[in-house]
Each structure stands twice: as structure tokens, then as C-alpha cells.
Design a protein around this ligand. Structure first.
Ligand code: KG4
Length: 344
């Protein structure tokens, strides 16, 4: 175990996150104890455009990152010289947005003569579970369901991952956001759909559950989104009412079934004893309940992050950063941001 160079004891890592529309900074001790965590969401501004505008996202990150880091250090009761290493999400993400956090982290690391730790954003989502469950250790099966990614991974160790299934088109969160837009709801659509779905009938609108015959662990959400579009257009053309609650409930049900079908296939292939889910879409209560039922049925231990750790945050980055650092994964100052990169 690495020791703090700054006075012994626990390693204090500053995490930085800026891959999409949340700027975040956090200080985490030994990968498990959150000393501070701040997230500045840009949602209200992107809402005006119905989705994230990359140029605006980058500019807002630039404006808020310094104050967030100052606040994270102050709340943790530390000065910059109390930090042992700086961990940053360098991939995948909107590249202009990623570069803001990455360059800040490089400057912070250089000025304070501490290591720069590269963190894959999806590995960080998995690590949100380490912050919620102190007892969780790999190996386990991971289901990552976020705005830009949907995949099933085998977490072999803290830093070794194997992708078992991936989306072949849209991510689940992206599908939630696009379906919401078709239904005239606000951005981001996931939460809006969930709220309306509680008042709707999930059997009212018949929607597809695409499957890959030869690769049952893979996902596809694009056809589902198009089916919503076609059905809504059809009703409008016939001057019939679009029952948004029923569409929301039916869409949410279809996403749940698609996720559950692939999870069942994963457990049929490799009966692992533990399952950890993560990502913004895993804040959805129907998904949480249905995954919990699957876990119970299969006798699997289930780990789900606290709701505040499901969406993008920097505590998860600092947590994964601790394990990358412990494994000797340290970057040099020429580390580049990467828009798409496998979690492996
Ligand atoms: O993990 P995240 O914050 O961003 C990425 O790393 O991509 O996930 C954002 C996504 C959005 O697509 C949003 O609509 C979705 O998570 N989301 C939800 C819910 N809350 C957020 N989807 C379904 N139900 C929710 N309650």
C-alpha cells in the first residue's frame, strides 16, 4: 500500500471531472472516504437547447473549475500541499470539455509536484460503488448505464476490466433523452420520463426489445427510440391524442427489459456472485427494483451507488484514481484527452 508522502497515513487524492456537462472536484482518502465533493451542473443552460452544447460545456467548465477545486480543498480541511496526487477523467467524453479538466489537473500536479493519474470515466462510474460499500472488492460483474455508454463488464481487479457486452448504437441514457424530446419533455429526459412513467400504463404502447441472437450481452436502443418516434408521428397524423404517461411507462419498461435480458445472459454465461451497477440511468427506481429482483432470484449480492453518486461526480474519479495510482498507473504531462476509449 502506498503511503502519503505528505505526513504519512492515508493517501489524499484530488479528483477532477469535466467529461460532459458537470464540472466536479472532490478529495477522497484511500479510495474510500469522501472528504469533500462538489458538482456544478450546467443542465439549466443546456436545457434551453434540448441537449448538451459542447462549446458551452467547455466554457462553463473553464469558469467553474478553479472555484470548485478551492472549495473541495477547503471543505476537506487541506491546502494544495496536503494532496498526494491528482486524478482526472481523461476519456471518454466531449473532447473540449475533457481538455479543461485535464489541463487543470496537469497544472495542479506540476505546480504541487505530485503525480497525475489518468482515470477512465467508466472505471470511475464503477468506483462509485466503492464509496457506497466499503466491503466491495473485485471480482464482480458491472453494469454501466450512463448518458453516453451502456455496457456489461467483468471487473477482474480494480484495474483489469473485460467488456462482455456493449451497445451497438445509442446508449440507454441517450435513448431516454431522445425519447423524452420526441414526447416534448425537457432535458435531461431520464428523470422526466421516470416521473411520468409512474402515472402511465407500461403495457399501453407496444415497443420492441431488440436482441442480438449471437451476442445476447450486447445492447441496441436506437430502434426503440425510432419506434417511439414512429408511433407518436402516426398518432399525430391521425389527430389522435399522445398519452405521454403511457409512452413514458412503456418506454421505461422496454429499456428495463433490454437491460435485464442482457444481464440474465451474462449470468447464464458466467455465474458471478456479485453485481455492481452504476451510471446516471441507474438512478431510475424501476431499473433499481428490477435489477434487485434479478439479483435476489439468482442469489447474487447487489451493489448500487447512492443516488448522488450515480451521475457524474469527482469523488468516483478520485476513488478509481487511488487504485490506478496503487497499480503504478501515472501519466506524464503529455497525456492527451481521448473522446472514445474502451474501459479495458
Ligand atoms: O452518468 P451520467 O450523469 O452521464 C454520463 O456519464 O454519460 O448520465 C446521464 C444520463 C442522462 O441520459 C439522463 O437522462 C440519465 O442519465 N438519467 C436517468 C435518470 N436520471 C438520469 N435515466 C433514467 N431514469 C432516471 N431517473
Amino acid at each position: 500500500m502506498k503511503q502519503s508522502k505528505r505526513g504519512g497515513g492515508a493517501l489524499k487524492i484530488l479528483g477532477i471531472e469535466s467529461t460532459c456537462d458537470e464540472t466536479a472536484a472532490a478529495v477522497v482518502e484511500d479510495g474510500r472516504v469522501v472528504l469533500s465533493s462538489f458538482v456544478a451542473s450546467q443542465i439549466d443552460e443546456h436545457k434551453l437547447y434540448g441537449g448538451v452544447v459542447p462549446e458551452i460545456a467547455s466554457r462553463r467548465h473553464l469558469e467553474s473549475i478553479t472555484a470548485l477545486v478551492d472549495e473541495a480543498l477547503k471543505t476537506a480541511g487541506l491546502n494544495a500541499d496536503g494532496i498526494d496526487a491528482v486524478a482526472v477523467s481523461y476519456a471518454p467524453g466531449l473532447i473540449g470539455a475533457v481538455l479543461v479538466g485535464l489541463n487543470f489537473a496537469k497544472g495542479f500536479g506540476y505546480a504541487n509536484e505530485i503525480p497525475l493519474i489518468p482515470v477512465h470515466h467508466l472505471r470511475a462510474h464503477i468506483a462509485a460503488n466503492y464509496l457506497t460499500y466499503n466491503e466491495l472488492v473485485p471480482p464482480f460483474l458491472g453494469l454501466i448505464v450512463s448518458g453516453a455508454n451502456t455496457c456489461i463488464v467483468k471487473v477482474k481487479s480494480y484495474t483489469e476490466f473485460e467488456v462482455l457486452g456493449d451497445t451497438k448504437d445509442d446508449a440507454a441514457g441517450e435513448a431516454f433523452d431522445k425519447a423524452a424530446r420526441i414526447l416534448g419533455l425537457g432535458y435531461p429526459g431520464g428523470r422526466e420520463i421516470e416521473k411520468l412513467a409512474r402515472k402511465g400504463n407500461a403495457s399501453a404502447v407496444v415497443l420492441p426489445r431488440p436482441k442480438f441472437k449471437d451476442a445476447p450481452l450486447n445492447f441496441s436502443f436506437s430502434g426503440l427510440k425510432t419506434a417511439v418516434l414512429n408511433k407518436v408521428e402516426d398518432l399525430k397524423n391521425k389527430n389522435q391524442t399522445v398519452n405521454v404517461e403511457d409512452f413514458a411507462a412503456s418506454f421505461e419498461g422496454a429499456v428495463c427489459d433490454i437491460l435485464l435480458n442482457s444481464l440474465e445472459a451474462a449470468f447464464n454465461r458466467d455465474p458471478m456472485r456479485k453485481l455492481a451497477i452504476c451510471g446516471g440511468v441507474c438512478a431510475n427506481s424501476k431499473i433499481r427494483n428490477e435489477v434487485a429482483e434479478l439479483a435476489k432470484r439468482r442469489g447474487v449480492e447487489l451493489y448500487m451507488p447512492d443516488l448522488k453518486l450515480c451521475g457524474d461526480n469527482a469523488a468516483m474519479v478520485a476513488s478509481q484514481g487511488f487504485y490506478e495510482y496503487t497499480a503504478g498507473n501515472i501519466a506524464s504531462l503529455d497525456l492527451d484527452g481521448v473522446p472514445t476509449k474502451s474501459v479495458e
